[in-house]
Design a protein around this ligand. Structure first.
Ligand code: HEC
Length: 133
């Protein structure tokens, strides 16, 4: 009888420790996944950011201050919850809503974003709306 109790307790202990091992492993896996995701996000941000700079947008659109064009923050506020509208503008299909007195200055640069593929345009729109410049 005593032996049986010891045997049962041992089995239970083994099962418990086994389960916590599995939990630990899945936690580690999740952590690794999180790190990989974060790294990928950072890479995307860097490439969109450098694209935004290399195609010349940054010359007129600074993150926070208005120089020639409205700041990225101002554009992001105007297009808050309206990513589709921003993509349409970048594709030459939308009306300007930010600074209606200066649309002539922006018009030639829509050609640049119009020439992009859909994914690139969406990336630029997401970058503008992200608030992380
Ligand atoms: C020579 C300066 C200049 C450059 C370069 C420039 N912009 Fe602009 N942009 C402006 C001005 C001025 C406005 C304000 C007029 C307007 O709202 O359309 C503007 C407005 C915008 C808007 C807001 C549109 C709206 O609804 O009113 C977006 C979005 C934008 N620019 C994106 C870009 C992107 C992306 C690039 C790079 C391909 C770029 N701009 C390059 C001057 C510039």
């Amino acid at each position: 009888m005593r032996n049986q109790i010891i045997y049962t307790v041992t089995i239970i202990l083994m099962l418990i420790s086994c389960e916590s091992e599995v939990k630990k492993e899945s936690k580690t896996e999740k952590f690794v996944e999180l790190i990989i995701e974060t790294e990928q996000e950072t890479k995307e941000e860097i490439t969109v950011k450098s694209k935004f700079a290399s195609i010349g947008c940054i010359a007129c659109h600074q993150p926070k201050s208005k120089i020639v064009g409205p700041s990225l923050e101002t554009i992001a506020t105007a297009y808050k919850d309206n990513k589709e509208g921003l993509i349409a503008f970048l594709n030459g299909e939308g009306e300007a809503i930010v600074d209606l007195n200066q649309t002539a200055i922006m018009t030639p640069f829509i050609e640049t974003t119009k020439a992009m593929d859909e994914i690139e345009r969406a990336e630029i729109a997401a970058y503008i709306l992200s608030g992380k410049y």
